[in-house]
Design a protein around this ligand. Structure first.
Ligand SMILES: [Zn+2]
Length: 285
């Protein structure tokens, strides 16, 4: 089973996770930029983080045979913090870089006017740079959050086929599907979606335009949930081809719209021995 995790925060995961992911079939991933739990106090802290998503973390992933891509944005949680808003002006400098396959995560957290402004501005940046957008739907008040997100999307110039609506569930999938956007589902250990609910949703909605991710970060989460969905699909009678569509071909098709996915994703990428003179091989070659 080959797996492309379209949303996982590897910065907060260990080398053991990389090893286990590779063994489970993960060969490629997208790491969206997001908040770090601890609020940032200045734009400079974003730029160092963006640079690490473009430099250090792909280097680390390559040690484990996994192709790493990222999405760059001012995240919803910090879009309302006046100390962070200047980041919007610097984003174009990052959106031209090779490893960036979308603008994201953008979207709503508390649905404030400042978040409106940041969302609309970043959808425009995606259009200007020929990139798709990864749009997070809020975890609280999901239905209202999705409706407001879709309103802003309709007013933007970005077409729905360039938008991935993420963190969907049974309550939001119908409206999201009707919008023409791609549909993302985050599978968590004990909240929100789990693999059995995901299989039921796939039965109802089919496998077109559906992406499944672990959204693993520093919270309670599991980077092998993509594989768990693949196994649950096979147990439920889905074919290998349908599993491959959801776990590989759909994310490749969506992020491929950037024109920046690594050319041969299922081949382990050759890792350079050091990054900025630093090796993580700890005495290895
Ligand atoms: Zn995330």
């Amino acid at each position: 089973m080959r797996i492309f995790d379209p949303h996982i925060h590897m910065t907060s995961r260990t080398t053991d996770d990389y090893t286990a992911m590779y063994e489970a079939g993960v060969r490629a991933l997208v790491e969206p930029s997001f908040w770090l739990g601890q609020p940032r106090t200045s734009p400079g802290s974003f730029y160092d983080y963006f640079d690490s998503l473009l430099g250090w973390e792909p280097f680390r992933a390559a040690q484990h045979g996994i192709a790493h891509h990222c999405t760059i944005a001012l995240n919803p949680k910090e879009a309302g913090d006046a100390r962070c808003v200047p980041v919007l002006d610097e984003l174009p400098r990052y959106l031209v870089k090779d490893g960036v396959v979308a603008v994201g995560e953008i979207g709503y957290d508390s649905m404030t006017p400042a978040e409106d402004t940041a969302l609309a501005a970043q959808l425009q940046l995606a259009a200007d740079h020929g990139l798709p957008a990864l749009v997070h739907t809020p975890h609280r008040d999901k239905a209202a959050g999705l409706r407001r997100t879709l309103d802003v999307l309709r007013e933007s110039v970005l077409p729905p086929e360039r938008v991935l609506l993420d963190h969907l569930n049974e309550a939001t999938v119908d409206e999201a599907a009707a919008s023409g956007c791609w549909l993302g589902f985050s599978i968590y250990p004990d909240t929100k979606m789990d693999e059995q609910r995901m299989v039921r949703l796939l039965r109802l909605h089919g496998t077109q335009r559906v992406l499944v991710n672990s959204a693993a970060d520093w919270g309670r989460s599991d980077p092998l949930k993509t594989r768990a969905v693949g196994d649950a699909m096979l147990d439920a009678g889905f074919t290998d081809d349908e599993v491959d569509q959801v776990l590989w071909r759909n994310p490749v098709a969506f992020y491929g719209q950037s024109g920046r996915l690594e050319p041969d994703l299922s081949e382990a990428s050759a890792a350079p021995p050091t990054y900025e003179g630093n090796s993580i091989l700890r005495g290895g070659e």
